[in-house]
Design a protein around this ligand. Structure first.
Ligand SMILES: [Zn+2]
Length: 172
């Protein structure tokens, strides 16, 4: 399965796309690396609860997700977190509010293009559970869930399922 039908440079269909990473045209030598993209995710906590968003867009529309998103060119990871949280929740946070947790690889299929990401996870304890949605096109609901009531199958992305399970529910 490949999402390039032809070489973007010479329109040849004579190419290789090794591991869906290195696209190489055998006719004109055009080479393109479909490298992994960096993304951030935030685990907001309040007392024993974790904040999940409910996705309003594919991939995984209707599934639980965490606030966050792709890092823009020129941003560092913490700046991307602060921008995404402002955009999605209308909440102002600063890098020192964030505690680094870990990273985890993810797959993100968008309009038939299989992106691979490296998700960078942070924890951000909040003093209140009063938090709203700013990006209703992307997020259909916000839910605070007690750790004992988290159902990992409700979480769409494999990276988030893994980090929540291992770091917050004590699964190995
Ligand atoms: Zn070519």
């Amino acid at each position: 399965m490949t999402f390039f039908k032809y070489c973007p440079n010479c329109r040849s269909d004579h190419f290789e796309f090794t591991n869906t990473v290195r696209f190489h045209c055998l006719d004109c030598d055009f080479t393109y690396y479909h490298n992994i993209a960096a993304a951030v995710a935030v685990v907001f906590t309040f007392e024993d609860q974790i904040l999940f968003t409910v996705r309003n867009v594919d991939p995984d529309k209707g599934k639980w997700d965490l606030p966050g998103g792709f890092i823009d060119p020129g941003e560092n990871a913490e700046e991307a977190v602060c921008r995404e949280i402002q955009e999605e929740l209308g909440l102002q946070i600063v890098p020192k509010d964030l505690k680094y947790i870990t990273t985890s690889p993810n797959n993100y299929l968008y309009k038939s293009v299989p992106y691979r990401t490296m998700d960078i996870f942070y924890e951000c304890p909040l003093a209140t559970d009063s938090i709203g949605i700013n990006a209703e096109d992307e997020i259909q609901d916000l839910i605070w869930v007690r750790r004992s009531e988290i159902t990992l199958e409700n979480i769409g992305f494999v990276s988030i399922r893994k980090v929540i399970g291992e770091r917050f529910l004590g699964n190995s």
